[in-house]
Each structure stands twice: as structure tokens, then as C-alpha cells.
Design a protein around this ligand. Structure first.
Ligand code: TRH
Length: 377
């Protein structure tokens, strides 16, 4: 009989919580032959990522995953063999009781947020003592050995490489979004939170000698784009030109299509957790707008990642990228660091590809979870 897995997702804000858990659920069902149930408390956010999801349904199946609305009144269900509590969301008390009542114990994993900080490898896989015979462990994704790795579907890099080697596939995908890129223009995708640095960065691209075309999916950063363009409204499809810069609003696409957007661009500005990882698999230089945490805790995460990511770069290229990322995350001027990033472009592009390949040489997160379960049984 197939092992059963229950994944619990509480949408705190934005799309990262459901973005990660849905990606994991899909991969477990598709590649590891397990029965996956995904409990989600906000199906409307989910629908944005996967439009086939119907928010009114208590239960539905997509991509081999049983998707259940996490109800106020918890139903009597059997607890699964493996239970994933994503990002510290609290399991329903009745479900915990169902776990304790199982004849064979369930494996309970707290899937943590992604961080490159050094302490992560020391905490990955540690037990978290619980009453009632329950066995809970911390599971940390990460970029280095002794962490749980990153979400990466089987064959992902080969699919990306085939797409990037096929100009017609790129052209057709962009055309489906209403995008036509002028020959020689640098294509940039921009997914970010509100950001005070945007005006300075856009000024620099507008003043550049070579053309840049920025695609902005509908979302939180549009207010800053609108202010920079000095327009009252920015609907999907809007295209504006200022100097060498073309700015275009594109729809928020389905999660798997978002990969194609990242693969199509020469540079990707991303945010949060899931888009950040997908941009790394795109193999192109990137800019991360990290999710802000209390007491500036996000800053150490940003610096820890940068330290790893620039390791193989020349000091000048590494400094240019580091300065750009710091400026973007502090609302500072971008013109100087962007100019230096452009100077080191070929080196940064090669590093982005190598970084993706190095990461892909480690076991992916779903495989690591399945292996952890096998070792635990
Ligand atoms: O949306 P995010 O900012 O999400 C999060 C959450 O806020 C979470 O609480 C926080 O802790 C975490 O960040 C760090 O960013 P993220 O993680 O990149 O999620 C965005 C998802 O949206 C991702 O799965 C990609 C998807 N997406 C699409 O499917 N289509 C699109 O057009 C775009 C732009 C994104």
C-alpha cells in the first residue's frame, strides 16, 4: 500500500506558503508514488497560483493530490503516515489526537523556512520532543550538505536548457503574454514587494546606452512602477517607454508558467522563498527582495546567501552583485551597483548557471523527505 502524507498549509500572507507546499505536494505525488493530501486554509490564494482550484469545494483532486479546505470544524479523519506542518503552522488538536491514536506512530515533520545561515545544517533533522508518543523533527531546506536541499522536480534543468536553447519556444511563450522583445533588448522580470529603490533603478535603465524591457507581473510593486511612470493606472498589457527602458505589465501566471517567464528573461528580480529558488533554477543572474522579518532577522539570511552565492566570483563582480542586492533591500540608490553589474554581466551569467548546476547536484527536498521517512521507519 502507498504511504500516506498529509501536508498542512496556513497562508500567512502572499503566495510563498501555498507556493512551496503545492509544489512539494505535486512532486511527491508525481515522483514518489505516495498518497498526498494537502490541507489549505485559503483556497483563494491557491487559485491564483493554480486556476483549476475551486475555492468553494471542500475537497478536490488536481495533479494527483487531494486538496482539502482546512475547515474550522475539524472532521474525523485518519492521520497519515507522514505529517508535514509547513512553516510552523499549528496542527488541529483533533488531528494530533488522531496521530497519537494510530497503531503505528506517524512521522511528524516541521518544514522550516529556507535559509543559508550556518546554524541550519546543525539543526536539520533534530527531534522536537512531544508528549503522547508523537515523534516530531525539524526539517530545513538549504543550499549545503546536511540540509534538506531545495525543491526541484526531476528533469527540471534539462527542461529549462531545452527551452532556453529554443528561441521559437521563448518567442511563442512571450507572445502568449502579449510580449514582443526588440532585438538586442535585455529582458528583465520584476516580482517584488513595494520598494523605494525602484525609481533609481528604472532611472538607470532608462538612461542606459542599450535597451532594457522590464516585465512586471501584477502585484505589490506596481504602485512604485506607476509612480515612476507618473500614470494613474497600470492594467495588464500596458506598455510604457522612457528612454532606453520599456516597462510592460504582464498577468500573474500559473505557477508552472512562471518558470517559463523566468527562463525567458536575462535577469530576474524575485522575492520571498519559492520565486527565489525558481530564479536560481533559471540559471540567470537574479536580484532577491527578501521577505522582511522582525528585528531585521532577514538581513543575516540575505548576507548568508550572498556569501555562498558570490564565492566563485571575482571580487569586483561579487561586490557589484552584493551592493546591488543590499541597495535593493534597503531602499538605497541602485545606479552605481547596476552599472557595475552590467560591466560584469558575462561572469555573473556564467556564475548563475554554475550555481544552479552545483545546487542540482544535491538531493532535492522531496527526495530528501522521502529518504528521511525511509530511514526513520
Ligand atoms: O509571495 P511571496 O512573497 O511569499 C512568501 C510569503 O509571504 C511567506 O509568508 C513568507 O514567509 C515567504 O514569502 C518568505 O514570495 P514567493 O515565496 O516567491 O511566492 C510566490 C509564488 O507565486 C511562487 O510560488 C511563484 C508564484 N508566482 C506565480 O505562480 N505566478 C506569477 O506570475 C508570479 C509572479 C509568481
Amino acid at each position: 500500500m502507498k504511504a500516506s502524507w498529509d501536508i498542512f498549509c496556513c497562508v500567512v500572507d502572499n503566495f510563498g506558503d501555498i507556493g512551496v507546499t503545492w509544489r512539494l505536494a505535486r512532486q511527491l505525488a508525481a515522483e514518489h508514488d505516495v498518497a498526498v493530501r494537502l490541507w489549505v486554509d485559503d483556497l483563494k490564494s491557491f487559485e491564483r497560483l493554480w486556476p483549476a482550484v475551486q475555492p468553494s469545494l471542500a475537497s478536490q483532486r488536481h495533479e494527483g493530490v487531494e486538496i482539502c479546505q482546512w475547515p474550522q470544524q475539524w472532521p474525523a479523519v485518519q492521520a497519515a503516515d507522514v505529517v508535514i506542518e509547513a512553516f510552523g503552522c499549528k496542527l488541529p488538536a483533533d488531528y494530533r489526537a488522531a496521530m497519537a491514536a494510530r497503531p503505528a506512530p506517524a512521522l511528524w515533520l516541521n518544514l522550516e523556512y529556507l535559509s543559508a545561515e550556518g546554524w541550519v545544517s546543525g539543526c536539520h533533522g533534530l527531534p522536537s520532543p512531544q508528549p503522547d508518543r508523537l515523534q516530531k523533527y525539524f526539517f530545513f531546506p538549504g543550499f549545503v550538505e546536511k540540509t534538506g536541499g531545495l525543491l526541484r522536480e526531476s528533469g527540471l534543468l534539462a527542461r529549462r536548457q531545452a527551452f532556453q536553447a529554443d528561441p521559437e519556444a521563448r518567442r511563442a511563450f512571450l507572445a502568449s503574454l502579449g510580449v514582443t522583445v526588440a532585438p538586442g533588448a535585455r529582458l528583465v522580470s520584476l516580482f517584488a514587494y513595494e520598494n523605494a529603490s525602484l525609481a533609481g533603478w528604472f532611472d538607470a535603465m532608462a538612461a542606459d546606452a542599450s535597451p532594457t524591457h522590464v516585465l512586471v507581473p501584477q502585484g505589490r510593486v506596481l504602485g512604485d512602477v506607476q509612480a515612476w511612470l507618473a500614470v494613474d493606472e497600470l492594467a495588464v498589457g500596458a506598455v510604457h517607454r522612457r528612454g532606453a527602458l520599456t516597462v510592460q505589465v504582464v498577468p500573474f501566471v500559473r505557477q508552472d508558467q512562471y518558470d517559463l517567464l523566468l527562463w525567458s528573461c536575462d535577469f530576474n528580480a524575485v522575492r520571498g522563498e519559492d520565486s527565489f529558488v525558481r530564479a536560481q533554477w533559471a540559471g540567470q543572474p537574479l536580484l532577491w527582495h527578501i521577505y522582511e522579518q522582525e528585528e531585521y532577522a532577514h538581513w543575516e539570511k540575505l548576507e548568508a546567501f550572498l556569501a555562498l552565492y558570490v564565492e566563485a566570483l571575482s571580487p569586483a563582480a561579487g561586490q557589484a552583485l552584493t551592493d546591488l542586492w543590499r541597495a535593493w533591500n534597503q531602499g538605497l540608490a541602485m545606479a552605481d551597483s547596476w552599472r557595475r553589474v552590467l560591466e560584469h554581466w558575462p561572469e555573473l551569467a556564467a556564475n548563475a548557471r554554475q550555481w544552479g548546476e552545483k545546487q542540482a547536484a544535491q538531493p532535492d527536498l522531496a527526495t530528501a523527505l522521502v529518504q528521511f521517512y525511509r530511514n526513520w521507519i
